[in-house]
Each structure stands twice: as structure tokens, then as C-alpha cells.
Write a protein that binds this ligand. Structure first.
Ligand code: GDP
Length: 411
């Protein structure tokens, strides 16, 4: 409550019970400048010229974009709204902001008759921005294929007919695609549009917005102005000057996705699962009755096969150990090694913190050893690419509530 609409209010005291606010206050106070309370992201903007402090968002509660920004999207004044839907290339389905995408899709559907002459002026439009492209094995992928794949995954995530004004594949770390994105955003926003950048925590939004601000030629730091959404605990921040004199670019707080396994991990555990450079595949040939573990987080069992064996390629952070063994030993392995040899979780106590261990079954068929037929993706962690000639029944174990989906394969 102390942070209420208050990223500019430096005069507030942290209230005793409000841990996130107190934590943010502590961070704001870390330079010993007296009792100053500002939102952690604003503090970072001012003091570091960056949109946030690396640890800040983990301490903060979720931001309800749909409630806070939704009513402003279809602007009666005619100012165009553009939503940048950010998704992380290394965890597309887990990170895709589907609730916001659904909102945009629903607005489009409600006015479908008006689309005959192009997008109606006051309807929100959306660009899909796939971040951290450098993490994918780009030399072996065609940009057109990634583009089409991302588009179809976004539609699946929105659960309905999501009309996108475009798809951008970017890497803010490498500067790939940032200028094209900025030009497209400027074109769609026109002279007085409102642009909202939306994404799950860690999707790379701050890095991208900082890259966009640099690319726009803003000297020094983006300047802070007042939040356009009053009464929100966490603030929407306006980045001045990036899109020209009157069009506005807003950064929104990172969304907390409970269905991403990473949302349950400690910062030490996060260091192990974060993918920092181009992902490299680890491939196994496995048979019925065998299992592959990704640390103490995920297990894939081969339950039935119509062929002798299948190829399973694991795409996950290199610091997370993999283990292949007999499924009959899996229960003992979990009891004895999860949290110890198989980390994360770090420590056996932490295994219980992650929730109930549950299984989901998948039937996969394919006709090639060389190409993966399907991916089984675990939100926050990565995916298994399955290559087979024939049919397989697979059991996927992870913690309850973590999204596990089967999708057309990316690589
Ligand atoms: P936010 O929570 O969405 O604001 O995400 P950040 O911008 O703080 O980025 C989260 C993590 O992803 C950080 O460790 C960044 O260094 C990393 N990151 C951001 N953009 C890129 C990128 O383009 N490529 C790679 N490899 N890492 C990135």
C-alpha cells in the first residue's frame, strides 16, 4: 500500500506489514540517502539509468494489466493503442502474456465487422516481439520458420483469433532487430498513439526498452514522468521522448506467471536455470522403461513405444544436470537425490516447497529420426524435442500447476 501510485512520492514511510514495499524501500535506501521510498524500478531508472534493479521484481507482487490498462486500450479519444506482447524465445509458451493477448484478441473480435477496411482506428493493435533470439541455435534455424512458428504459438496462447500487426524477432543483447522494431512501433503509433510494453518477469523487457531508448537517440537516461494509471500498487512508467513528441511509450511491471516453474525458484536456483548464451542441445536415444530427469524439476518417462527407441533432445540451461536411468528407479532417485545431486531445487527441504509431483501423459507420433516431430515444453525450464518413427506414449512429471504442453517443434 505504501507504493500506491507513488513512484514519484518519495515522502512515504514503509508500512510494517508490507514486505514488498519495505524491500523496495530498503533498496531505494541502499545508498543511505535517508528515509526515501520509491518504487524499485523508478529508483533504478534514476540511479542506474536502467529500467530496474536485477533483484527488484522478484520481491514485488503481480501487476494486473487487464484491470489497470485494459479500459484504456480502446481509447474513445481516437489515440491508437499498441500493445507490444513480449515472449522469450527460450520459453515462448511459458512467458507469452496470454491474458493480455486475449484482451487484445477479444477487442478485435468484438469489432470484426469493422475490419473490412483495415483495423478500426480506436482498436488496440498488437505486435509480437520475440526476445533473446540469440539464445536459439540461430545458424540452424530459418528466420521465416521461427517467425511462422512464433505467430502460431501466439495464436494458440491467445486462444482465439489474435490479429497481429507484425512479428519481430529481436535480441536486445546483440542489437538484432531493435531498429526495425522501433521504426515499426513509430509507424503504428502515429503522432499520438499509446504504446504499452507487456511481458512476464525476466522476458527481457527492461533490456529491450533500454536498447530501444538508445536506438531512438535519447541522450542519457529516459526521463520519468507521472504514471498514467493511478491507484496501481506497481507503476506503469512513461519513457519520454522515445517515440517522438506526442506518442507515448509505457513500460508496465513484469507479469508474475505462476505457471512458469521459475516463479517458484529462489534467486540461487534461478541462476542455475537461466539460459545466458546460445542453447546447446543434449540428445539421448532412449527405450521403453527409461527416464530423463532435468535436475530435480522435470522427468520424462518413455512408457510405450511402437519402435525400439526414440531420440529425446533436451533444451535447457547448461548448468542444470540431466540424468538418464530406469523408470523403476525414479522414485528412489527423487527421494535420495532431488535437491542434492539433482539441483535445482537446492536442498531437500526445497523439494516440498515446489509443490505436488504430478504426471501428464502425451502421445506423440512421427516419421523421422532426423527431425523432431514434437516438443514437450515445460514453462520456465525449456523443452524436450522428440524424434521418432512410430508412436510413443510419454509421461511427463513436474510440480503441480506448472504448464506442460505439446507443440509443433521449434528446432
Ligand atoms: P525483465 O524482467 O523483462 O525486465 O528482463 P531483463 O531485461 O531484466 O532481462 C532478464 C534477463 O535476461 C537478464 O539476465 C538479461 O541479461 C537477460 N536478457 C535480456 N535480454 C536479453 C537478450 O537479448 N539476450 C540474452 N541472451 N539475454 C537477455
Amino acid at each position: 500500500a505504501s507504493l500506491k501510485s507513488g513512484h514519484l512520492r518519495e515522502d512515504l514511510e514503509p508500512s510494517g506489514s508490507d514486505k514488498p514495499a519495505a524491500a523496495a524501500a530498503e533498496m531505494a535506501d541502499s545508498k543511505g540517502e535517508g528515509k526515501v521510498l520509491v518504487c524499485a524500478r523508478c529508483h533504478s531508472l534514476r540511479h542506474y539509468g536502467r529500467v530496474k534493479h536485477p533483484d527488484a521484481e522478484r520481491l514485488l507482487p503481480d501487476f494486473d494489466f487487464v484491470a489497470a490498462v485494459g479500459p484504456r486500450l480502446a481509447s474513445p479519444s481516437g489515440a491508437r493503442s499498441l500493445v507490444l506482447l513480449l515472449a522469450d524465445a527460450s520459453d515462448f509458451d511459458g512467458s507469452f502474456p496470454r491474458a493480455v493477448a486475449r484482451l487484445v484478441a477479444a477487442a478485435g473480435e468484438a469489432h470484426s465487422a469493422d475490419w473490412k477496411h483495415g483495423a478500426p482506428a480506436n482498436l488496440p493493435r498488437a505486435l509480437l516481439v520475440v526476445t533473446k533470439l540469440d539464445l536459439l541455435p540461430t545458424p540452424s534455424l530459418s528466420p521465416d520458420d521461427v517467425h511462422a512458428w512464433a505467430h502460431s504459438r501466439a495464436r494458440a496462447g491467445a486462444g482465439s483469433d489474435l490479429r497481429l500487426a507484425g512479428v519481430h524477432l529481436v535480441s536486445a543483447a546483440r542489437g538484432w532487430g531493435v531498429r526495425d522494431l522501433l521504426e515499426h512501433v513509430r509507424e503504428l503509433a502515429g503522432t499520438r498513439g499509446n504504446v504499452w510494453a507487456v511481458g512476464a518477469r525476466n522476458v527481457g523487457k527492461s533490456t529491450l526498452l533500454n536498447a530501444i531508448a538508445r536506438c531512438s537517440g535519447i541522450a542519457g537516461r529516459p526521463t520519468l514522468t507521472e504514471a498514467p494509471v493511478p491507484g496501481t500498487t506497481l507503476d506503469v512508467i512513461k519513457l519520454d521522448g522515445v517515440l517522438g513528441a506526442q506518442a507515448k511509450l509505457f513500460d508496465t511491471p513484469g507479469l508474475l506467471h505462476g505457471h512458469q516453474l521459475t516463479s517458484r525458484l529462489t534467486s540461487e536456483e534461478m541462476k542455475l536455470v537461466q539460459v545466458r548464451k546460445e542453447m546447446s542441445p543434449r540428445t539421448y536415444r532412449i527405450k521403453t522403461g527409461q527416464s530423463i530427469h532435468i535436475g530435480g524439476l522435470v522427468r520424462l518417462d518413455v512408457e510405450e513405444l511402437t519402435v525400439g527407441s526414440i531420440y529425446v533432445t533436451v533444451w535447457a540451461a547448461p548448468l542444470v544436470p540431466l540424468h538418464m536411468g530406469k523408470t523403476e528407479n525414479a522414485a528412489a532417485l527423487m527421494k535420495e537425490h532431488f535437491g542434492l545431486q539433482l539441483q535445482p531445487p537446492i536442498g531437500q527441504e526445497q523439494v516440498k516447497e515446489l509443490g505436488k509431483w504430478v504426471r501428464k501423459q502425451f502421445k506423440v507420433s512421427g516419421n523421422s529420426w532426423d527431425m523432431n516431430s514434437k516438443d514437450i515444453a515445460i514453462a520456465g525450464i525449456g523443452w524436450f524435442g522428440i524424434g521418432l518413427k512410430g508412436e510413443a506414449v510419454l509421461g511427463l512429471w513436474t510440480y503441480d500447476g506448472v504448464d506442460v504442453i505439446s507443440r509443433s517443434s521449434l528446432v
